[in-house]
Design a binder for this molecule. Structure first.
Ligand code: GAR
Length: 197
C-alpha cells in the first residue's frame, strides 16, 4: 500500500478525489496525513475522512528556507512513500525538493510546459488559446518544469471565465491524479526513471 502525504493550500478538491479513490479497498494507496502552509479550507476533507493534518504556516517563519526545513521535518515524520502537491501554492526551497524528489509530484491546471506558475488558467485565457490542459508532473527545482507523468488537452470554450475553465480543468486533473497515483502504486509508472535532470 503506497502511503501518501498530501499538501494543500486551498479548497482541496483534488485531495478529495484522492481520498474518495483511496476509500476503495482495491485502490493501492492511502492518504496518511494532509499538510498545508496555512489554515486551508481543504482541511474539512481531512476531518470528513478522519485523516490527521498538520499546518506549517509560511507567515510564521522569517524566510522560505526555515519554513521549508520545518515543513520537510514534519513531512519526514510520516514516512510517506509519495508526497503529493495538490493545489499547494508555495514554491518549495530547493533542499526540500532535493530531499523528496522524484517521490514528489504536483498537479497543474495547464498543458505543461505551457503556462507554468501560479496563474496557469488565467494565463491561458489571456493568451487567447483555443485549448489548454491539465498535467501531473514530478517536482524539480524549477517552476512546474519537472518530468511530465500524465497530461490531457481541454478546450477553451467561448465565454469561458477563469472560474468556468478552471472547474472543467479540475475534473480532468482529478482523474489524472487518481490514475497517476494508481500507476505509481502498482508499478506501471516508475518514478525513479523520472528523476529530474
Ligand atoms: C488545482 O487546479 C491545481 O492544479 C492548482 O490549484 C488548484 C487547486 O484546486 N495548482 C496550481 O496552480 C499550482 N501551480 P483544489 O484546491 O480544489 O484541489
Amino acid at each position: 500500500m503506497l502511503k501518501l502525504v498530501v499538501l494543500i493550500s486551498g479548497g482541496g478538491s483534488n485531495l478529495r478525489a484522492l481520498l474518495e479513490a483511496a476509500s476503495d479497498a482495491d485502490y493501492p494507496a492511502r492518504v496518511i496525513a494532509i499538510g498545508a502552509d496555512r489554515d486551508a479550507d481543504g482541511f474539512e476533507h481531512a476531518e470528513a475522512f478522519g485523516i490527521p493534518t498538520f499546518s506549517v504556516p509560511f507567515t510564521s517563519f522569517p524566510d522560505r528556507e526555515s519554513w521549508g526545513d520545518e515543513l520537510l521535518a514534519t513531512i519526514e515524520q510520516w514516512g510517506a512513500d509519495l508526497v503529493v502537491l495538490s493545489g499547494f501554492m508555495r514554491l518549495l526551497p530547493i533542499r526540500v525538493v532535493e530531499a523528496l524528489t522524484p517521490h514528489l509530484i504536483n498537479t497543474h491546471p495547464a498543458y505543461l510546459p505551457e503556462f507554468p506558475g501560479a496563474h496557469g488558467v488565467r494565463d491561458a485565457l489571456a493568451a487567447g488559446v483555443s485549448q489548454t490542459g491539465a498535467s501531473v508532473i514530478v517536482v524539480d527545482g524549477g517552476v512546474d518544469s519537472g518530468p511530465i507523468l500524465s497530461q490531457e488537452r481541454i478546450p477553451v470554450l467561448p465565454g469561458d471565465t477563469e472560474s468556468t475553465l478552471h472547474d472543467r480543468i479540475k475534473v480532468v486533473e482529478r482523474r489524472l491524479l487518481v490514475q497517476s497515483v494508481l500507476d505509481i502504486a502498482n508499478g506501471t509508472l516508475d518514478l525513479t526513471e523520472k528523476t529530474p535532470a
